[in-house]
Design a protein around this ligand. Structure first.
Ligand SMILES: Nc1ncnc2c1ncn2[C@@H]1O[C@H](COP(=O)(O)OP(=O)(O)O)[C@@H](O)[C@H]1O
Ligand SMILES: [Mg+2]
Length: 287
């Protein structure tokens, strides 16, 4: 797990350059993800998270070489083999409607495998597998109209379409945001299982920081197009004041622990989840 699968050095990106609407979305980002790692990418709205996600999947590419390498491929080289990058790194867009375009759900999920030139049988097998993974029953959903689905269902279809590529890296751009609490818990436990059992590399973009403690090893905080700070998941989430300065709410239990500390209760460990808070408070009060 020591080899970076994504490496970014000094990445800049400006939208609508030379117009009145010009926006410097990334202002020199250094970032790397090791093979098999699970990281959280957080930051306030407009920080550049979705822009960076699109670079990770080579939808956006640096205008020069030596800025970014994905699975050993320099995406800033015009002749780079981008098809390989798109297959290795699956991106679930922030807005699922941007990702879906086929009339029928089954065709949408099959799009990637068909592009890869897989045989019919294998395509069908992958579509069934990917749909079952996200909790969409093939027989009832394959022939539904994509754009008649609810927002949550569209998110599942978009995720299935990416899974059908069998990527090594999965980038989820606020995918948990549009799901109900049960769907969210299911998705998080599915991700944990793939990460732990199959070594899937994960980049989870979220503004819900309580999604992170059980899943990611490391968190990178983006602010105004730069990496503001980063570190081990627990260390970053425990910095409640620093996160609040950026408009980010630390997990509720981290904030509670902070208030208890300020009120004079010295906790032996810094809790992030309800179970950890219970343990820390009981240990401190010897209950
Ligand atoms: N397609 C676009 N055209 C112009 N500006 C954009 C576009 N996409 C994003 N931006 C701007 O770039 C900045 C970073 O956006 P984004 O990467 O979407 O941030 P985040 O995902 O962290 O909210 C924002 O100021 C946003 O308004
Ligand atoms: Mg975004």
């Amino acid at each position: 797990m020591t080899e970076p699968i994504i490496e970014v050095n000094g990445l800049r990106h400006t939208y609508l350059e030379d117009t009145q609407l010009t926006t410097e979305a990334l202002r020199g980002v250094d970032f790397h993800v090791l093979r098999g790692e699970a990281i959280g990418l957080i930051g306030p709205t407009g920080a550049g998270k979705s822009t960076l996600a699109q670079f990770c999947n080579a939808i956006l590419r640096p205008s020069r070489p030596n800025v970014m390498r994905i699975a050993g491929i320099d995406t800033g080289v015009p002749s780079a083999r981008i098809g390989i990058v798109r297959q290795r790194v699956g991106l679930v867009f922030q807005n699922p409607a941007d990702q879906l375009f086929e009339q029928y759900v089954g065709d949408d999920v099959a799009y990637g495998p068909r592009q890869m030139g897989l045989p019919r049988e294998e395509t069908l097998e992958r579509v069934r597998w990917a749909m079952s993974m996200v909790g969409l029953d093939f027989d009832s959903f394959a022939n539904r109209f994509t754009f008649s689905l609810s927002g949550g269902e569209m998110r599942r279809v978009a995720l299935a379409g990416v899974l059908a590529l069998r990527p090594e890296v999965l980038v989820l751009d606020e995918t948990t945001a549009g799901l109900d609490p049960l769907g969210r818990r299911e998705l998080l436990s599915l991700l944990r299982r793939w990460h732990e059992e199959e070594g899937l590399t994960l980049i989870l973009i979220t503004t819900q920081l309580s999604d992170l403690p059980d899943l990611v090893d490391r968190i990178v905080v983006l602010s105004s197009g730069r990496v503001a700070f980063e570190g081990a998941s627990r260390d970053v989430l425990a910095q409640t004041a620093r996160l609040a300065d950026l408009g980010l709410a630390a997990p509720p239990m981290a904030r509670l622990a902070q208030q208890l500390q300020e009120g004079g209760l010295r906790l032996a460990l810094k809790p992030l989840t309800v179970a950890e808070a219970e343990e820390a408070i009981c240990a401190t009060l010897r209950c």
